[in-house]
Design a protein around this ligand. Sequence first.
Ligand SMILES: *[C@@H]1O[C@H](CO)[C@@H](O)[C@H](O)[C@H]1NC(C)=O
Ligand SMILES: *[C@@H]1O[C@H](CO)[C@@H](O)[C@H](O)[C@H]1NC(C)=O
Ligand SMILES: *[C@@H]1O[C@H](CO)[C@@H](O)[C@H](O)[C@H]1NC(C)=O
Ligand SMILES: *[C@@H]1O[C@H](CO)[C@@H](O)[C@H](O)[C@H]1NC(C)=O
Length: 404
Amino acid sequence: MVLGLPTALLAVVSTLLFSPLAVHAADLESVLAGQANLTTFRGLVKNHTDIFASLPKGVTVAAPNDNAFKKLGNWETYNESTIAATLKYHILKQTIDMPSIAKGDSIWASTTLTDEAFSSVTDGQRLILTKQPGGEVVFTSGFATRGTVLVEDLAFDNGLVQVIDSVMRVPETLESTARSAYTDLTAFVGALYATDLMSEIAKLKDVTIFAPRNAAFQQLAGTLAAMDTEKLKRVLRYHIVPGQLSHVWEFKNASSLASADGDDSKLTITRHTNFIYINSAEIIQADILIANGLVHMIDNILDPEQADARPDVSLTTAQAPVFTPVGETATGTDVPTPFATALPCTASCPVVQATGTAAPKGAGGGDGQGASSSNAGGALPRCTGLAGAGLGIGLAVGAVMVGL
Ligand SMILES: *[C@@H]1O[C@H](CO)[C@@H](O)[C@H](O)[C@H]1NC(C)=O
Ligand SMILES: *[C@@H]1O[C@H](CO)[C@@H](O)[C@H](O)[C@H]1NC(C)=O
Ligand SMILES: *[C@@H]1O[C@H](CO)[C@@H](O)[C@H](O)[C@H]1NC(C)=O
Ligand SMILES: *[C@@H]1O[C@H](CO)[C@@H](O)[C@H](O)[C@H]1NC(C)=O
């Protein structure tokens, strides 16, 4: 008798610890109903039986709380197809319990979002789960939208529910991601338009793109202006790895990737302490999710004719460009951004006449933030509205991943 009670307690404790899935599994609706502040998501689950009534076994449902929908602000404007895609993007094809993720590690999880209109990534569009040094798990989605897990590992019949504090955004095209979230990629996107490569890139599946930030283009404005279009096309294609989703934590030192520039065209990874380089350019923001793959932002433009360029890992300052700079090399938001005028205008992006050329100012743009091109000079009609939307997105995930 005296020994019996502790033994029984131990049995209960070990059941809770070691087999969370075996404890009180229940249907999704009743598990959601048992939580405060999930009214909107519960309503969506009820309204979309096509998605939720026949879930396969072994999934993880990311359930945004009511405040997450409020924070999003424009959920009411989502149409039915976007709502359905967003819900499918909240269902991971694996059961992932939060304690199983090691601190500092990331999981690249496939979701049930496979609709061609929203994703051209094999096996379903991805979410990234990262366990922060403090132990909390952060989900990362398109447009750098992140959500922290508030309630972990609620068991239901088909797997686990994780309550999160943001609605995950379905990744969009490179162009829309550059316009709305990562404005530091607008020169690269403009260059793809200027060379008629945009439609080619947009059609690729499972693509990995190394996209130089705006400052890299500003620094080489004169060099790029003097480059003929065929060479510029080769240079841009060299930044594209088709048919291979490569995230940063899979990169091995001295491994190579095949670029779209041609059969023998290789890009080489160097890892040194917390830094990751592609040829001699540093990856400054990793794993930006887009509809057809992912983007790693880099600090310099790569040259297919200098594929053997390697970083000087002893440098404490930025790596030098592989191209020889000609003329003006200033960077920053007050400096015209090459190719900004090549971005087509959209309905939300009225054509305006630019007023004069902003005076070049000292080097900046080293913070990885969007160097908005709204100050770019020149006489051509150009888009406005590229600034602003993406401000405030941090580099936290990149920092965590690069810091592996
Ligand atoms: C639910 O939301 C209310 C209002 O935001 C908050 O005060 C409360 O703590 C939340 N409850 C839970 C369990 O998160
Ligand atoms: C569910 O559908 C009903 C009826 O169309 C609608 O009034 C309600 O707003 C929907 N709930 C959610 C959360 O979308
Ligand atoms: C739904 O909204 C998305 C994004 O705003 C848009 O691209 C799509 O064309 C819309 N679909 C329908 C059927 O209206
Ligand atoms: C990475 O590879 C390069 C080239 O092979 C080598 O010189 C370097 O020592 C390697 N670094 C590490 C950390 O293994």
